[in-house]
Design a protein around this ligand. Structure first.
Ligand code: GLA
Length: 520
């Protein structure tokens, strides 16, 4: 796992390194054997560094060893010849995913070129972002190890926080902005949430995901980096727009992007969030996996600790559990930690294959969702450009049938009218936000055609007829099979037209598309 140092710590470390290098570069010789900490400035100009550890073994001109990751390192191999170092990481083939989960992605190999200069490794990697320069220094083996597991609380059933009576709606920075999110972007999204009409359609939360963190001040309070000069002022701004604001952390020492996590500061961080005026926390397992056991009781205790800390602030803060569905929080333990929503899968990306795999795998867990406690198949990609309009309509339709949180993940300030229309369609949103609070499920699948249904409070049902095939398909739907008898009235929601159906009806469904009905 990559680690992060605040810039001030790095300056100190660098100054120390310069002073000892001055004393004895001869001592360092050309020996690469040992453990190395490599610091790479984050590319978003936030003044933070990623920290990576290597174990290097030098045998003549041959380099082997590993990039240190837990539980398993990534092997490296290469050469060190005439003062020039060259090595590549050899990422393993990912194991098959658990049943119903999308395949894990193959990590790319990374090539490092560099020199050993006065005991320091000067490394260059080349990728999509161009050349990236890092500096490595020798460290002890202990310095490469994660901190110890801390004692976790005894399990208990925390009182419900009373929030998220319907699935939370809002925006999250990760899908579009990732590490580039900053104060200006968040203000811009709040402005656009209002001007686009999304706020009036029900979208409330403006959620900052990973990479806002810097480190800790002398009192151990978490601090934000250069991109976020004043969190309290930012929260005030978002609130002034009639919106709410969310933030992100991890129970581990580092977040998934290698930034400061809440390890050993859980209660203190909850207090900081409350003091800033935060209304929503996404708590992402990340590096806690390196320290704690990966089983339901352990994860429950980890999430309970923050749940209790949030409750103790007496501020209403929606609590979003992000452990990728590893220990099935929907089976009961997520709710006990005051979790309002919990991820059920790994990360979505803006591709049909990703959305299709995640969305259509959400079968047989519907009965676990209820008002205040929702299954979360990850955030929306609508408007990000990687899917067709039909694919995005499928994404939105499936997510509302799943009673999923609706967290837009696009740039709200540059939306096309088509994207706005898709995200703000009142009839579609009404399915998601229906007060009965039931998650829909698949009724049947026939080849690439899947028919899903969600019961609604007025006795009607939302029916999604999905075509997972890339070409249009005709499907004759027997409404008796969906529990309707005699003549039924249906609203074709995306086409905005009313249908009267007796018995069965044939629909032509676009490739990767959907017909979404509300049937009574
Ligand atoms: C994990 C989460 C994502 C996002 C990133 C940020 O991968 O699942 O949703 O929060 O971390 O680093």
């Amino acid at each position: 796992m990559n680690r992060l140092l605040s810039s001030s710590r790095v300056i100190l470390v660098a100054a120390f390194a310069v002073s000892i290098c001055g004393l004895g570069s001869a001592v360092h010789a050309q020996d690469l054997n040992g453990y190395w900490e490599v610091r790479t400035p984050n590319q978003n100009g936030d003044g933070t560094f990623r920290q990576t550890f290597f174990h290097i073994e030098q045998n003549g001109e041959t380099i082997s060893g590993a990039l240190i990751r837990r539980p398993n390192g990534i092997p490296i191999n290469g050469t060190f010849k005439d003062g020039s170092l060259h090595f590549v990481t050899v990422p393993p083939t990912p194991p098959p995913p658990p049943p119903g989960q999308p395949p894990r992605r193959q990590m790319p190999a990374i090539t490092y070129d560099g020199t050993l200069d006065g005991g320091k490794l000067m490394l260059t990697t080349r990728g999509r972002m161009g050349e990236i320069h890092s500096v490595g220094e020798k460290v002890t083996k202990e310095a490469t190890e994660p901190p110890a597991a801390l004692p976790l609380p005894v399990l208990k059933d925390l009182p419900d926080n009373g929030l998220a009576k319907t699935p939370p709606m809002g925006w999250n920075s990760w899908n579009k902005f990732a590490g580039r999110v900053d104060d200006a972007a968040v203000r811009g999204m709040a402005d656009a949430m209002v001007s686009s009409g999304m706020r009036d359609a029900g979208y409330v939360y403006i959620n900052i995901d990973d990479t806002w963190e810097l480190g800790r001040d002398a009192n151990g309070n978490v601090t934000s980096n250069k991109k976020f000069p004043d969190m309290k002022a930012l929260a005030d701004y978002v609130h002034s727009k009639g919106l709410k604001i969310g933030i992100y952390s991890s129970p581990g020492p580092k977040t998934c992007a290698g930034y400061e996590g809440s390890y050993d500061h859980v209660v203190q961080d909850a207090k900081t969030y409350a003091a800033w005026g935060i209304d929503y926390l996404k708590y992402d397992l990340c590096s806690a996996l390196e320290i704690y056991k990966d089983d339901a009781p352990t994860l429950q205790a980890i999430y309970q600790e923050m749940g209790e800390a949030l409750e103790a602030t007496h501020r209403p803060i929606i609590y979003s559990l992000c452990e990728y569905g590893r220990a099935q929080p929907w089976t009961g333990w997520g709710e006990k930690t005051t979790g309002n929503l919990w991820r059920t899968t790994g990360d979505i990306s803006d591709r049909w294959e990703s959305m299709d795999r995640i969305g259509f795998s959400q079968i047989k867990i519907a009965s676990y969702a209820k008002s205040g406690h929702w299954n979360d198949p990850d955030m929306l990609e609508i408007g990000n450009g990687g899917m067709t309009a039909d694919e995005y309509r499928t994404h939105m339709s499936l997510w509302v049938i799943l009673a999923a949180p609706l967290l837009a993940g696009n740039d709200l300030s540059t939306m096309t009218p088509e994207t706005i229309a898709m995200l703000t369609n009142r009839d579609v949103i009404a399915i998601d936000q229906d007060r009965l609070g039931r998650q829909g499920d698949r009724v049947y699948a026939e080849g690439p055609i899947e028919v899903w249904a969600k019961p609604l409070a007025d006795g009607s049902k939302a029916i999604g007829i999905f075509n997972r095939h890339p070409r249009p398909m005709a499907e004759t739907v027997d409404f008796g099979r969906l529990g309707f008898h005699g003549t039924v009235h249906a609203r074709d929601i995306w086409d905005a037209k009313d249908l009267t159906i007796s018995g069965s009806q044939t629909f032509t469904i676009p490739g990767h598309g959907v017909v979404l009905l509300r049937v009574k």
